[in-house]
Ligand binder design. Sequence first.
Ligand SMILES: NC(=O)c1ccc[n+]([C@@H]2O[C@H](COP(=O)([O-])OP(=O)(O)OC[C@H]3O[C@@H](n4cnc5c(N)ncnc54)[C@H](OP(=O)(O)O)[C@@H]3O)[C@@H](O)[C@H]2O)c1
Length: 268
Amino acid sequence: MSGLKAKYGQTAMIAGASEGLGAAYATALAKQGFDVVLIARRVEPLKALAAQLESDYKVQGTVIACDLADKDATEQIKLALGDKQIDFLVYNACVSYIGPFLETDIETHLRIAEVNMITPMKMLYHFGAEMLKRRRGAIVMMASMAGLQGSGYLSTYGATKAFDRIFTEGLWYEWKNKGVDIIACCAGATATPNYLNTNPKKTSMFEPKAQIPEDVVEECFTKIGQTPSYISGSSNRFASFLMQKLFSRKTAVNMMGDTTTKMYGIKN
Ligand SMILES: NC(=O)c1ccc[n+]([C@@H]2O[C@H](COP(=O)([O-])OP(=O)(O)OC[C@H]3O[C@@H](n4cnc5c(N)ncnc54)[C@H](OP(=O)(O)O)[C@@H]3O)[C@@H](O)[C@H]2O)c1
């Protein structure tokens, strides 16, 4: 979808931009003419992406190295931005894990909560308020189908993604007539380096194929301003229709847990 820059403004900021979906958002937004602010922990891939986007699309690329698990991450970002205004914000970064809840240390679970829930809440409190003052802006929150029901062996991650969706939907209602478009994208499996590194096994011939990041981003741009949240991709929408509307909650939770167990060969 073109015209996002005319609608929302000059500068897009992508939290979690060094690879995969985050890099795809940054590229698509630069292609639309947005200057981009790229955030992640690893500086080298951010610098390489910023240079590429500056050369390909004649936009300005700014790099902010920040660990979004830091309690003062939003303050660090505000300081690095100075008086640069953010018109389009994508919160894409996440921490995940796969396995039994009790076999992952509590620090990791707390880190997941910080990066996936607390930091985005703090960022929206600041950048959302700035957009509201101007009555102009857009926010994309990356959620997940793992947050549509309990997801065994991804329990903490799934719960944070449920938070991301529900939080975003609430803000959509509060901000819908105030010039700020906010949307949660509930993605299914997407072929990012992170996902591919988990080495998932195919569990059935009916399993939806992983989407490519560029397709997720392209669809997101057609949905923003239209709906508070949506499921990415038609096969994922079909799978979620079965899980959420046809099956009982118990069946849906069992199916999700069984699929993860098979995909990753988890011993129960
Ligand atoms: N891939 C999938 O199958 C899938 C499915 C459903 C939903 N999603 C959602 O889509 C989003 C992207 O997920 P992905 O796993 O595919 O990742 P990705 O977009 O390929 O990469 C994750 C990005 O987040 C950054 N990041 C991670 N931890 C960070 C931290 N503590 N501080 C700063 N940056 C951090 C990483 O950079 P650094 O490592 O350099 O910090 C990287 O740039 C997530 O919100 C996820 O929940 C993905």
